[in-house]
Structures are given as structure tokens and as C-alpha cells.
Write a protein that binds this ligand. Sequence first.
Ligand SMILES: Cc1cc2nc3c(=O)[nH]c(=O)nc-3n(C[C@H](O)[C@H](O)[C@H](O)COP(=O)(O)OP(=O)(O)OC[C@H]3O[C@@H](n4cnc5c(N)ncnc54)[C@H](O)[C@@H]3O)c2cc1C
Length: 396
Amino acid sequence: MNSSHDPEILGLPFYEDGHRRLAHQIGVWCDIYGDLWETVRRTHPDEAGRRLVQLLGEEGWLSGLDPDKTPHDLPADLRAVCLAREALAYAEDLADFAYSIQSLSATPIARFGDKEQQARYLPRMAAGTLIGAFAVSEMEAGSNVAAVGLTARRTGDGGHVLTGRKAWIAHATIADLFVVIARTGEGPGPLGLSAFLVPADTPGIHVEPVDAIAPRSFGHVRFEDCPVPDDALLGRRGRGFVVAMDLLERFRMTVGAAAVGFARRAADTALSHTRGREAYGGTLFDLQLVKAQLADMDIRLNAASLLVARAAWEADRGSRGFARHSGIAKVYATEAAQEIVDAAVQLSGAAGVVRGGTAERLYRQIRSLRIYEGATDVLRLALADGLDMRRADRGG
Ligand SMILES: Cc1cc2nc3c(=O)[nH]c(=O)nc-3n(C[C@H](O)[C@H](O)[C@H](O)COP(=O)(O)OP(=O)(O)OC[C@H]3O[C@@H](n4cnc5c(N)ncnc54)[C@H](O)[C@@H]3O)c2cc1C
């Protein structure tokens, strides 16, 4: 049995046998590729990203992105994405990043693209031969997606010209295709946005790499009068905000799943360190305060795993309220993971802050999960705003 998932949680009725098979297979696969994870950490993040997307595609782990291709005979729903992210994050941040950004950018095409757009891009995205990026954020429009300012001006032939900048885009430096949310002006704020499929070799695209706390392909993108044809429009005009929100609501719980993977790795690291570290005639593990911290880690891990499982189950069964559970799972799991990883660093002592060690690596890798795809504070605000309506639903 691999160590990336909790078998007791996998045994709960939230999951079906196909999910348990998938969790087992991807966990074993991650163990087999242990040497590769060491190698990619020493490789330039762009090269690592390309290699990992290609490998994930070749080995079939992205097959769920192409509705016509299911070689593993495994589920391709949100529970599957969550379980895959949990295993990959446990093994290596860059592997999870490659998987998640490829999934993030293919999903709007699968959900809003027409048959022709799906056939043009999804088979290659599933094969790992075409790398995608999802570009909504801008310097002046991060948490507030409705403020997107990059414009798409209509041309006489039905196409558009894109002008403006996107910021903080994952896989920006290696993407072949950008899914871009742009202002087309059908209405104010969120009502005036549309989504576009923009190949990275379109004239006028310039990418500026950004060095993040945990190395990865990441950057800002400038669109300088970029011409795109009429068939670049993804979904209906004026529905770009819906495309973005639909995606973020689905993927927030998967960020929670990745957080569980990082946190489980940290908890395992802390347990083995405290078991092995001699202190005061015994080991660190013998100290009651240390035991209390390890117990708290386990409690938080259980709660986070259950919230992620519940959110994914709600989404997969088509529950109308799944977005709330997705937000709850993301907030709890990412905040808990930050505390678990911090405790793992503390329990490792000086060894915990040495560059390249497991605890130090996790400490840098976990931080941005509390910011992207809905910062904790923004999601808390949205949850609070929904409380009155929920109380009314309960008849209170
Ligand atoms: C590693 C990483 C990868 C990313 N990848 C992508 C990507 O692939 N595509 C993409 O489009 N974007 C991406 N982003 C950008 C990300 O979505 C934004 O950083 C995020 O939405 C926050 O926007 P901001 O950075 O402008 O912060 P701001 O919106 O300025 O917010 C800063 C902080 O202010 C607080 N805050 C903001 N609004 C509220 C509110 N309403 N109530 C209470 N507090 C609030 C929060 O604490 C928040 O963290 C990525 C970011 C990171 C760090």
C-alpha cells in the first residue's frame, strides 16, 4: 500500500471502487517515479513542467481531459481529480502543478467548447503534447474577477483583437494555448466578459517569467493587439465570468486535495523525525507536547480529507450547493495544511529550515494555496454572505 491516501477515508461511501483503484494506482505510480521527483527538483522549472505534462499524458493520467479517451478505465470526475492531486502533491509539488494546470485549462474547453474546439485541443492536452494555461488574473483584477480590463475588440470579419495584460499565470512560460478571460463590453463588470482560446504563438503575445517562492513555470503575459479569429470565442459572448466561476468553483476543492497531500507528507515527515530523534534519554516522540502536536496534525488531516471528499461527492452527484462545500474544503484544508507544515518545520528543529529538506520544501510550496483560486479571506466573506439564506432554508 502506498502512503499518499488514508485507506479509512477511501473506504467511506463517498467513494466508489473505481476511485479506490485510481488512488491505489496513482499512489503506486508516484512511488515508482521517486527518482524522477528528485531530478525535476534540480531541473529548470520550465523544462520540468514540459517533461511532467508530457509524462502524465503518456502514462494516461490526463486521459480524463479527453471525453473520447479512457485507457485506464478509471473515473474522470472531481473525486478522481482530487485523489490524483492528493497523491501527486504528496510525491512532488511540480507533478501536482503540471497535472492541475493542464486540468484547469482543459476543463473550460470540455465544458463550454463546441465540438470543433474540443477536437482541436483536448486530444493533445490529454496526451500531454499541448500545454494549456488559464489566464484570468491581472495586476488590477485578482480576487475581483469582475474587474478584468484586458479588452477584446471586435473586428469586421467576426474576429477580435486582444489588448492588455494578464498577471500571475501558471505555466505562462511553457503554454501552447491560453484560455483568456477578456472584456468584450456587453454589460458592466461581470456581464461584459468573454472567454477566448488563444494559441501562444499568436503575434503580439509576450511572456515575462516570474520567480515564485516555490520554483515553477509562472509569469505575466502581455497581449499587444493580438488578432484571434471568430472561432477563438469559447462559449457565448458576455459569459466569460460564468466560464471563470464555473471553473474556480470546481477546482477549489482540488486545491484542498493538494493541500491534504502536502500536509500528509509533512505529518509523515514529522512522525518519522520525532520517532528517530534522541532527546532526554528517549526520543522527541516521548514528550507529551510533541505527541499533542502530532495528534493535532492527524485531527486536522482527517477533517480536511473529509471536507474534500464531501465537496467532490456533492459536485459529482450534481448537488446545487456544491460550490459552498468546495469553498469550505479549500479554506479548511489549505489553512490546516499551512499549520501542519509549520509544525513539521518546528518539530524538525534547525534541520527543518535547511534548503532542500522535505519540511523546508513543503513550507515554501504550501503558501500560495491560501491565495490562488479564491483567497481564504475572500471565500470566508462569501460563506458568511450565504449564511442568512441558509438559515432561511432551514426555516430559522
Ligand atoms: C502560485 C500562483 C499561481 C497562480 N496561477 C494563476 C493562473 O494560472 N491563472 C490566473 O488567472 N491567476 C493565477 N494566480 C493569481 C491568483 O488567482 C491571484 O493572486 C488571486 O486571485 C489573488 O489576487 P491578487 O494577487 O491580485 O490579490 P488581491 O486581490 O489584491 O488580494 C490580496 C489579499 O487581500 C485580501 N482580500 C482581497 N479581497 C478581499 C475581500 N473581498 N475580502 C477580504 N479580504 C480580501 C486577501 O487576503 C488577499 O489575499 C496565481 C497566483 C499564485 C500565487
